[in-house]
Design a protein around this ligand. Structure first.
Ligand code: UD1
Length: 356
């Protein structure tokens, strides 16, 4: 019998790529998504890319205990991957209650419904932002955590809740994955990142400048203590992130309890290096201007990626060129994202709350 995996937030950027990876490896996949910041179109494309259908798609909010319980009752769920969350750092400062409600409240509801249905295996979507303004690089899982915004605190709170649950329930198995900066797209050009409104993050902004949807990139600061003065991040190809989740599932049963792993490449890339790489790959130089630092930004966030390599014998394989090439292919083929038919504007402007 193939394993059935329930994926919350399965229509989102990382969720949709993970669904493809799971279908490609023989899993039955049940998606729960409220589409507050994702398109059902992404799930049609998941099936197209994988060449087989999802077992089911439920338009359900993870905070809706009754509806979520009905989903668990309808499927033989073996494990859960929990992506559904709000993830815009700036927005989390303005809407802290909404962030705690969705990210922390949603996780609690999910955990209690899992318990009710005897499901004890979970992969949890966490974030490198839990490290905050770290002054060590690269960051290991033992580096001190010091989240600097409500979004990051919701992720750290989620980890703490899971620690407590694992301490109490002997058969609970949880892997929390702290992603660094997921970028890129599926090489088919059918799946990618489709942020609503003005992108907050670097790669989608660069891609929209290259395709002519936006005039120029603003580089937030060139006076950081980094080689070229611009911020350094550990960009990781979204297909590597998806693969990491599939490999995590295979290692959930290694031992009971909670374990935390970084999901990064270990390589740092500056804003200007990414801009140059994207211009080269796309053949479209990306115009930019240097502006002041963005509030809350840090100079450098790079993973020590050795723990997953040691534990699972797995490492990322896709480099910056592949990240830019695949992001560009998706942007070129889907200039208005998944919402074709609304020329020039992309997604309906219903708010800025990109979800994992
Ligand atoms: C942020 C969050 C992270 C979240 C991720 C994806 C923090 C500390 N981290 O990462 O938790 O998972 O977004 O949502 O808040 N930049 C520009 N111009 C732009 C956009 C970005 O110069 O228009 C620069 C930034 O200053 C930074 C780098 O590009 O140096 C990467 O920024 P971004 O893609 O927004 O990701 P993070 O801020 O690292």
């Amino acid at each position: 019998m193939p394993e059935t995996v329930l994926v919350t937030g399965g229509a989102g950027f990382i969720g949709s790529h993970t669904c493809v990876e799971l279908l490609d490896h023989g899993y039955e996949v049940v998606v729960v998504d409220n589409h507050v910041n994702s398109s059902p179109e992404a799930l049609d494309r998941v099936a197209k890319v994988a060449g087989r259908p999802l077992a089911a798609v439920h338009r359900v909010d993870v905070r809706d205990r009754k509806a979520l319980s009905e989903v668990f009752a309808a499927h033989p769920v073996d494990a859960v991957i929990h992506f559904a969350a709000r993830k815009a750092v700036g927005e989390s400062v303005a809407l802290p209650v909404e962030y705690y409600d969705t990210n922390v409240g949603g996780t609690c509801t999910l955990l209690s419904v899992m318990h009710e249905h005897g499901v004890h295996r979970l992969v949890f979507s966490s974030s490198c932002s839990v490290y905050g303004d770290a002054d060590t690089a690269p960051l290991t899982e033992q580096s001190p955590v010091a989240p600097t915004n409500p979004y990051a605190r919701t992720k750290l709170t989620g980890e703490s809740i899971l620690q407590d649950v694992c301490a109490h329930l002997a058969d609970m198995k949880v892997l929390a994955l702290r992603y660094f900066n997921p970028v890129g797209a599926h090489p088919s050009g059918l799946l990618g990142e489709d942020p609503r409104g003005v992108p907050n993050n670097l790669m989608p902004y660069v891609a929209q400048v290259a395709v002519g949807r936006r005039e120029q990139l603003s580089v937030f600061g060139d006076d950081y203590p980094t080689p070229d003065g611009t911020g350094v991040r550990d960009y990781i190809h979204v297909v590597d992130v998806a693969e990491g989740h599939r490999v995590a599932l295979e290692h959930l049963d290694d031992r009971p309890g909670m374990r935390v792993f970084n999901l990064g490449t270990g390589a740092g890339t500056s804003v200007l290096q990414l801009v140059a790489a994207f211009g080269e790959v796309s053949g479209r130089p990306v115009p930019y201007r240097i502006v002041g630092r963005r509030a809350g930004d840090v100079a450098e966030l790079v993973a020590d990626a050795s723990a997953v390599a040691d534990a699972w014998g797995w490492t990322t394989t896709r480099d910056l060129t592949a990240m830019c090439r695949d992001a560009w292919r998706f942007q070129e083929r889907n200039p208005d994202g998944y919402f074709a038919g609304s020329p020039g504007t992309g997604a309906p402007q219903t708010g800025e709350s990109p979800c994992d």
